[in-house]
Write a protein that binds this ligand. Structure first.
Ligand code: BV8
Length: 247
């Protein structure tokens, strides 16, 4: 079955296991700003002040303002053709498809993706900053002042369920297992500036046995461009819908 294959298409055989990693670039055509573009998300906010545990300790109100603003923006956005193309591919190849996103928005889920992990956390989830065991819960509210910062029943502050710099990404065991068994690794819309996500292509290349085919899709070369079998230039919303040739 061919999904509108184009000259830049990627053939997927009946035995291929596909690992997809996405970054902020796949949500760019949904109107969500990326991080390192000139007017990126962090414009006006120092990374250290909004995406580190130290920044949270120093000014939890600013951190909640940053994530509340992003909750509002994400709620107003819609999945784009790239999100739908990945959901369609998953429908075609089923459990041979695995999606790991660095993004914290819910656009992949809203496009229909199911077999998905958010390695850097989720925008619409909140958790207790203490280890009181309070579970992670769905939260779409905005907190824009110190008075509003939510407090757990145990008395500790509630924080965004986000992996900040210096914290351990989520689902790493599952991610490593899926990289170990994939035969095709597709990376979409990420600058390759943040680890360990930027190392996934190296992990796939370093495996023993048959080497996975590795592809990058985006308008600019990522920092780890040399590690890929092929770089497919273009915006995700334009290239992904006509990219997969399922044999
Ligand atoms: C950890 C929070 C240990 C969520 C984020 C060297 C080696 C290993 C680690 C390090 C190292 N040096 C420093 C570190 C530590 C650090 C790190 O990587 N620092 C960097 C700055 C050097 N990493 C960590 O602290 C991580 N934890 O290492 O723990 C460990 C490791 C393994 C196992 C156990 C323990 C934690 C990192 C998570 C940090 N949290 N954000 C949030 O607020 O959203 S990272 C942040 O950057 C976002 O999550 C984002 O997803 C991520 C990556 O950014 P990109 O998605 O790539 O976005 P960017 O703007 O950079 O690029 C956008 C791309 O899209 C561009 O290339 C552009 O061309 C493209 N694009 C634009 N338009 C389109 C498009 N593509 C397609 N279509 C379009 N239309």
């Amino acid at each position: 079955m061919t999904i509108n294959a184009s000259p830049e298409s990627i053939e997927i055989s009946a035995s291929d296991r596909v690992f997809v990693l996405t970054g902020a670039g796949i949500s760019a055509e949904s109107g969500l700003r990326t991080f390192r573009d000139s007017n990126g998300l962090w414009a006006g906010y120092q990374v250290e002040t909004v995406a580190t545990p130290e920044g949270w300790d120093a000014n939890p109100e600013l951190v909640w303002q940053f994530y509340s603003q992003r909750r509002r923006e994400a709620q107003e956005s819609q999945p784009n053709a790239a999100h739908y193309a990945l959901a369609e591919l998953e429908k075609r190849i089923g459990e041979r498809f695995f999606l790991c996103t660095q993004n914290v928005d819910d656009l992949h889920e809203r496009a229909g993706s199911k077999n998905l992990v958010h390695m850097h956390g989720e925008l619409f989830k909140t958790r207790c900053e203490a280890k009181c065991g309070a579970c992670v819960f769905e939260d779409r509210d905005s907190y824009n002042s110190m008075r509003e910062i939510p407090i757990c029943a145990c008395g500790a502050r509630l924080r965004p369920h986000i992996v900040w710099f210096g914290e351990i990404p989520l689902e790493m065991v599952r991610i490593q297992q899926e990289i170990a068994r994939c035969s095709l690794l597709l990376v979409v819309g990420t600058s390759g500036a943040v680890h360990p996500a930027a190392s996934f292509v190296h992990w796939a290349n370093a495996r023993r046995g048959t080497r996975a085919r590795t592809f990058y899709v985006g308008p600019e070369e990522p920092l780890n461009a040399n590690a890929f079998t092929r770089i497919i230039p273009g915006r995700a919303g334009e290239t992904l819908p006509c990219m997969f040739k399922i044999l």
